[in-house]
Design a binder for this molecule. Structure first.
Ligand SMILES: *Cc1c(COP(=O)(O)O)cnc(C)c1O
Length: 405
């Protein structure tokens, strides 16, 4: 899964280019930087690699989401539909622009259920934000249709699915805007960083200014720039961009290893007929950072998790149902709307209402799901050994469950 596993001389070289000049900032200092523009180069590489017209680097995936939302005009009075299974950053970003996260159920794709999206639309709905979780995709055709029919903005949180595609197009480049995270554990890393991508030039220009205090970047120098609107500082540094520049060149290698290891592990898990797998709307487009699988019932899944823990093979296997970063069930801070900055009382009430809804349909999926992260470092023998140990645990639990009490 993470590009940090294959840290190499290529990353060191790119970072050293920046250390040589000492110009660590992405804007200005044109003379002393001696032609070294790592952030610009990485933005160009992102456009070329993923087929986006425009890319704006940011300090994180979270700030990329906030930036994209602001540039798309999402804010006070708006509702943004987003799934119950994601990373907390998704709703953090929605709250950061003053909008209300409207949380909907996921289905067996582990991404938002299009039917649930339709049922959640109100006159206040402004945007739909699918989250392409664990390396694979939402049902984009269905979501595109819903957004077109209801005149809604489509913003893809593709932070976890760098390099995945849907019908030949890179995730994150299909909607009105899309984001990647380059944090330390993502498919490729900058240490910290993110990007907002769009094919709309006006949205891009807004992203560019927003991440740098509203600078229009048209002046002869930074002091001469105008500020057509208010922005923030969500800039990436040249050191971070340098790491990403090395990593994006190696992305095809990372993806090829993931696909190979994923296919082998899947072929082993498939030996157990009771194990089923996540539905993938375009199977060829899976980036294979994780393999996500289901057992027939919650009790069996819990027993498998416990047994893997006892045998010391749990690390790298994620039972999201009990996880407080990724699944609604444990988001108490959201359910109680605990914020440091005071929200408008109406917003606070709406946030609590949305997070407090019934998510039985999501529970039925997530309580039976385990995701196994795919390492770039595994040898073929290690994948086999891992898979066989997992199969033995599953068989043991299933046979114990089959014995009548
Ligand atoms: C990692 C992640 C983010 C946020 O990225 P950071 O760079 O860590 O801020 C947003 N959404 C999802 C789904 C993520 O996995």
């Amino acid at each position: 899964m993470p590009g940090y596993e294959l840290w190499s001389d290529q990353e060191r070289k790119e970072v050293n280019d920046v250390l040589e000049t000492g110009i660590l900032m992405r804007y200005g200092f044109d003379g002393p930087r001696k032609g070294i523009w790592k952030s610009r180069e990485l933005e160009e590489a992102i456009c070329k690699t993923f087929g986006a017209k425009h890319a704006q680097l940011t300090s994180s995936g979270t700030s990329a989401l906030t930036t994209a939302m602001s540039a798309l005009g999402i804010g006070f009075g708006d509702e943004v539909i987003t799934p119950s299974f994601t990373f907390v950053a998704s709703f953090e970003a929605i709250l950061s622009v003053g909008a209300i996260p409207v949380i909907v159920d996921v289905d067996d794709t582990l991404t938002m259920n299009p039917e649930a999206v339709i049922n959640a639309i109100t006159p206040k709905t402004k945007a739909v934000m699918p989250v392409h979780m664990c390396g694979s995709m939402a049902d984009m055709d269905a979501l595109i249709t819903i957004c077109k029919e209801n005149d809604l903005v489509l913003l893809e949180d593709a932070c976890q699915s760098i390099g995945a595609t849907y019908k030949g197009r890179a995730l994150g480049t299909i909607g009105d805007a899309g984001t990647f995270s380059f944090d330390f554990v993502k498919t490729m890393t900058c240490a910290e960083g993110g990007v907002a991508m769009t094919n709309n030039e006006e949205v891009y220009t807004k992203c560019d200014g927003y991440t740098d205090h509203g600078h229009d970047h048209k002046g002869a120098d930074r002091g001469a720039d105008l500020h057509p609107f208010i922005g923030y500082n969500y800039r990436i540094s040249e050191l971070h961009a340098a790491v990403g520049l090395a990593q994006i060149k190696r992305l095809p290698e990372f993806l090829a290893i993931q696909k190979k290891n994923h296919a082998l592990l899947k072929s082993i898990l498939e030996q157990v007929p009771e194990v089923s797998f996540r539905r993938i709307p375009d199977p060829g487009g899976d980036s294979c950072t994780f393999i996500s699988w289901f057992l027939p019932a919650e009790e069996i899944t819990r027993a498998v998790v416990n047994e893997m823990n006892e045998q010391g093979i749990l690390p790298g296997n994620f039972y999201w149902f009990d996880n407080n970063w990724h699944y609604i069930r444990k988001w108490d801070h959201l359910k109680n709307s605990v914020t440091l900055n005071a929200l408008h009382p109406d917003s606070k009430r709406q946030v609590m209402e949305q997070a407090g809804k019934d998510f039985t349909a999501s529970d039925a999926i997530m309580s039976r799901c385990i995701s196994t992260s795919i390492s770039l470092l595994w040898t073929e023998d290690q994948v086999r050994e891992k898979g066989e140990k997992m199969v033995a645990v599953i068989r043991k639990v299933l046979s114990a469950a089959a014995i009548p009490a």
